[in-house]
Design a binder for this molecule. Sequence first.
Ligand code: GLU
Length: 479
Amino acid sequence: MNIKIRTRFAPSPTGYIHLGGIRTALFGWLLAKSLNGHFILRIEDTDQNREVKGSIEHIILSLNSLGLNYDEGPDLGGQYGPYIQSQRLSIYHQWAQKLVDQGLAYSDPYSEEEVEEFRLLAKSQKRPFLYREHRPQNLSGWDKGKALRFKSDPKKYTWKDLVMGELNSGEEAIDDFILIKADGFPTYNFAHIIDDHLMEISHIIRGQEFIASTPKYLNLYEALKINPPKMVTVPPILGPDGKKKLSKRDNAKDILEYLKEGYLKESLINFISSLGWNDGSTQEIYTIEQIIQKFKIEDIQKSPARFDEQKLIWINGHFIRNLKIDDLYEISSNYLPKEAKDFDSNYQKSVLRLIQDRLKYLSEIPSLSSYFFKRPNIDYTLIKNNKVLSIINVDTLIDLLNKTVQELNKSDFSLDDLTAKLNNLLILTNQKPVVLFGLIRIAITQSPFSPGLFDTIYVLRKTETIQRINDFIDYLKNN
Ligand code: GLU
């Protein structure tokens, strides 16, 4: 039987979405895209105390920025809406009422303090706390100012998780959990079951923290006579040490932060998809299209994934290196130093072409390119800190630079001729490249590193190159 694939991302708006959340969203999106299904965004805001203002906008912006477009959602609508749980309270109340009418839900007669006492008692007796052991004899209907609990039917369960395989639980996993809180809001445990059913969700993709509660959900599905969706549990993401769960301390950034730093969305999707999915090959670089084509639930791994930012940096460098120069130019406009606007697009592109191979993310553009757009301040420490140049006397340095200017003046500044003239200069001066070219590099870039020296001079052009060398000669003479 062909089922209609409908997956959902169901975040709670309790802060910015962390990488694990994005990974869950991505896997749901990939499953839907790969099987021609629908991907739905549902906001689970039933815990009003934990809500953080602006989170919904942040979630939507994050998904949109990565291109994880959903087919239905709070801002798009759809035939199964509304897609914000706080706007669906009457729906949960109707379903809760059905359970009350069948004697399968009841008002909790105890105060929170009393329930806490039961919990402490169980703890002191070293046995697990089960609310149902305190279930009142005579179940009242639904007293709206009180929490409404599910009257569970303890039993053993065996179920299939499409990633974890067969899972089992005993009766102790079943309890009379709260369906609707005293404030009238449903719990996650209740609301998601109703919503997944009404929204015809085919696969629930979520983290391992929900496995322990799954028997309770199965018990409720049975009471409601609902067929559960397929369960897809994604593995945890560990920090770089591969031991502890990824946490704030591991410096995994907010996805919008990564985008701002100039990580491409292709790289982020490639990297995040690798956190728990592997098609069985050793391939590391995939386009988004390739991932969609290859993505299969069977290839989601059970074992934890490890967050390794170096891998992300490597992937990003790869995607940047492979960009056509016009595309790199287009996405670089916000990153080029402000002085770049005084230069034409051809010049800007030749600079980008030179640094393209070394760029790890776009926000490195200013530090790698500024001297192409602005004459750099002279920094004599570059000579002092240079092993070979620091031991040469200043007059010799000046002499070498003067000879360089003479050679460059003779050049027609084609790349071939520049190369020939500068190589010839090595012979004329009887110097090694580390000395001569190291010195010229510092004179024109005021930086210890640059792209190939000949290319750098070629892009800077004759007047500017010679001017910079002459300025440096003046500096050496006067200081
Ligand atoms: N609202 C839940 C959370 O943010 C989602 C769990 C689920 O995907 O069902 O943790």
